[in-house]
Structure formats: C-alpha cells, structure tokens
Design a protein around this ligand. Structure first.
Ligand code: FAD
Length: 410
C-alpha cells in the first residue's frame, strides 16, 4: 500500500494509503466500455447498473481512479453549470433553461442522497454558496442579476440578497460589500467522493481497469495500450485529457485551475471567519475564485489559471508554481487574520473547455458511441446529471433527462 497520488492534491494527501493499482487482464467483450474513471465515467457506470444490473461494464483509466479533476477540485457540488444563463436570457429558450437549472438544483440533493444511501463518506454539507461583492460596483451588478433571476421564475428559496452586515456575519472576507446567496450548493471532499463512488461501482460488478490508457475509440471497439476491447457501446469521459485520444485533439481545450489549503485552523479563528454551515464562497471576478471550509477546518481557496505554453500538460503542479503562488497570495489578501498560519498545500488540475463553453452529453444512436463533459471547471454536480442522462441514452430510454438542452448540443 502507498499513495502515489499524494502529490496530486491535498485531497489525495489526506486519504491515506491507496490500494495497489488494479491492472487486471483485459476482457474480450463488454456491453459498455467507459473511458476515464473520474466522476463522469463513474456516475455513468453507476446509473447504467441501476437501470440494467445485467450489463457488463468496464471502465478504462490511464492512471488511477480520480487522477484528473475529480480528485483535485475545489469541492463545490454546485446546482449550476456553464451555458444555463444564456438559455435563461433568451425568451425562446427560457423555459428549457429553467428546466435545466432546476435539474441541476436537484442534482445537489441527488449527490447527497447517493452518498448517504451508498455509505460514501464524502464530507458532504449543503450549506449553500455566497457570491461576495468584493468591489462596490459588483453590488448593483449582483442585485440586477438577482432581479433577473426572480423575473425568470426563481424565488427566494433559490436565491437571496444578503446585505453587507448579514454577508459579513456569514463570511468575514475582506472586502465584503454584500453577497448573492444560493441554497443550491454543497461542500464536499472531492477525492473521498470519487474513491467512494469507485468502490460502489465495483460492488455493482463493474471492473475498473487502472493504468490502461486508451489510444483510440471506434464504433464497437477501443484500442488501449494493453490491447483491443470490443464493446456494444462506448462512452468517452476524458475531460481535460481528451486530446490523448486519436482524432480528438481539438475537441476540448485543456485549461488549468489552481488550489491551496491552509493548515487546520483553530475554532476561535473560525468564530471570526464564519462559514458555520460550511457554505462555499467566491466572487464575481472574471477569473473565478472559489473557496470552502473543510470538515477538518482548513480553508481551501482556488482560482482559475489558464494554460502553460503550448498547452503543455503536467502530471502534478508543485506548490511553488507561480500560478499556485498567485492563488496563495489571495488567501491573506482576502483573509488578513490568516497572516502567520501555514498554507500547507498548493496544487492544480486540468479542466476541459469546449469551443462553445457549454457542457454537453453527446450520444450517437447508430455508432453507439458518446461522450460527456466540457464543464469548464463546474462539473462536480453537473457530472452526476450527465451520468444519469447518459445512462438513459445508452439504454434507449426517452425521459425528461434526455430532453434537456445539453443533449447532443454541439
Ligand atoms: C483545480 C480544479 C478545481 C475545480 N473546482 C471545481 C469545483 O469546486 N466545483 C465544480 O463543480 N467543478 C470544479 N472543477 C471541475 C470538476 O472537477 C470537473 O468538471 C469534473 O471533475 C470532471 O470530471 P470528469 O470525470 O469529466 O473528468 P476528470 O475527473 O478529469 O476525469 C477524466 C479521467 O479520464 C482519464 N483519461 C483521460 N484520457 C484518457 C485516456 N486516453 N485513456 C484512459 N483514461 C483517460 C484521466 O486520467 C482522468 O482520470 C474543478 C477542476 C479543477 C481542475
């Protein structure tokens, strides 16, 4: 036993030893082959087995379960996704946008429900999320946005304005001029979720072939670095690493986000900072920042970072990488009371950005191949919904989920 992923993120560093990689002999034939053992691949496997327990499913993972963004993210399980707002803005698509938005709200509860029913100890806490105005002009901007949400049909149960005093009482971030609060978000421990989900999927009878990079996907078969496997249906769930597959180089642009974690902070300091309900928080700046209070009382703060020259990919990002250091500097800028406390971890991970900046669930009924992703850094919740949609598509069910606007939206 060892943990070869401890350098990948604080989350992996905190879970102790991992079992040896599962590099079992390859099967000749499967009903469904899934490429990628992150949330998307694993949720798809999970719901496929729920719908048809007899299916023979294999998940093929180049590295280890959770190696990608799923084991590295900020742990916001959010009831939102890229691409919903433009649907809400256009009267012609508004009602479909509302349906998608509501499906994403419900997804936060669905993730909590499965964690509870399947005994996945992912430190899930639905404390909602605060979008904090850190510059005065963000106040009217956020208020206008809130009014627009109310006009669209959402209510105070979904979104509320917290004036400065109330917002500061929730989160002593500096500055804090008020916040747009939404109930539809949970904080969780990303690696515990992905590892726990993998255990559940294995218990359902699905094999996860780790250390098995897939080079090419065709209708009816995948070519892995260890041989070819035939399958009746093939799903690609490779997100920021999609360019490793033949012919898919330009499908999703790999883009980095960086995260930091402090040492566990004393309760007296949390009395001052707030986040009693483990609310997640961010602000409306263009390069998104995101934070949460972990169950062991650390402050985790992340920020979008961009590319490395030539879209170069790194297995792990060291804590002294300049892009990580920039996020570290934000910690004491936003929380001056943390001066003198140690930032013990800094890491980064790859997100997948589609050309139209909207996630999608794609399924070709004739070729029986499909893919899901393109979450642009907002996939912890959305991947669960995508998994349910994909399971319906693969098993030929026409449901409310398969009518969602992100199905076959390319
Ligand atoms: C630093 C960071 C912070 C984030 N924070 C948040 C957040 O707080 N909230 C939120 O909603 N979203 C967040 N995200 C985004 C979220 O983590 C992702 O959208 C989500 O995890 C995507 O899951 P996935 O399974 O589609 O992709 P991944 O988790 O990236 O999984 C893809 C898997 O496929 C494997 N793979 C790739 N190519 C091949 C191949 N050729 N053969 C075999 N296997 C292959 C990879 O090794 C990887 O394990 C963040 C992302 C990052 C990087």
């Amino acid at each position: 036993m060892s943990n070869a992923l401890s350098d990948v993120s604080f989350w992996f560093d905190s879970v102790g030893d991992l079992p040896q990689a599962d590099i079992a002999p390859l099967p000749d034939r499967l009903d469904v082959a899934i490429v990628g053992a992150g949330y998307t691949g694993l949720w798809t496997a999970y719901y496929l087995k729920q719908r048809e327990p007899g299916l023979r499913i294999g998940v093929f993972e180049a590295e280890r379960v959770g190696f990608g963004a799923s084991g590295r993210n900020g742990g916001w399980c959010m009831g939102a996704a890229y691409g919903v707002q433009p649907l809400l803005d256009d009267p012609a698509t508004r009602s479909r946008g509302v349906t998608l938005a509501r499906a994403l709200f419900d997804t936060v509860d669905e993730v909590g429900r499965v964690c509870q029913s399947e005994n996945i100890d992912a430190h899930y806490a639905k404390g909602g999320t605060l979008n904090v105005a850190t510059i005065p002009f963000q106040v009217p901007y956020l208020k206008r946005h809130l009014e627009q949400l109310y006009r669209t049909g959402f209510s105070e149960r979904d979104y509320q304005w917290l004036p400065e005093r109330e917002s500061r009482a929730r989160l002593a971030m500096t500055p804090n001029h008020g916040a747009l609060y939404s109930l539809h978000c949970a904080a969780l421990h990303p690696a515990r979720l992905v590892l726990g989900l993998a255990d559940v999927v294995r218990r359902q009878g699905t094999h996860i072939y780790e250390g098995t990079p897939v080079n090419a996907i065709e209708s009816g078969s995948i070519a892995t670095q260890r041989g070819t496997v035939n399958a009746g249906a093939i799903i690609r769930a490779t997100e920021g690493y999609t360019d490793t597959i033949e012919g898919q180089r330009r499908r999703l642009m790999p883009n980095y986000s960086m995260v930091t974690a402090t040492e566990p902070l004393p309760e007296s300091l949390w009395q001052e900072i707030g986040l009693k309900e483990r609310e997640t928080f961010g602000d409306p700046r263009r390069l998104v920042i995101y934070g949460q209070r972990t169950l062991d009382n650390r402050l985790v703060l992340g920020g979008r970072a961009g590319y490395y020259f030539g879209s170069k990919r790194h297995r792990s990002i060291p804590p002294d990488d300049p892009k990580v250091v920039r996020v570290k500097a934000l910690v004491t800028k936003l929380f001056p009371m943390l001066e003198g406390y140690e930032i013990t971890h800094g890491w980064g991970g790859l997100m997948g950005v589609p050309r139209h900046w909207r996630p999608c669930v794609q399924w070709d009924t004739r070729a029986r191949t499909g893919w899901a992703g393109g979450y642009v850094g907002e996939g912890v919740g959305a991947s669960n919904l995508a998994g349910r949609v994909m399971a319906d598509l693969v098993t030929g069910r026409a449901t409310a989920l398969t009518e969602l606007p992100w199905v076959n939206d390319q």
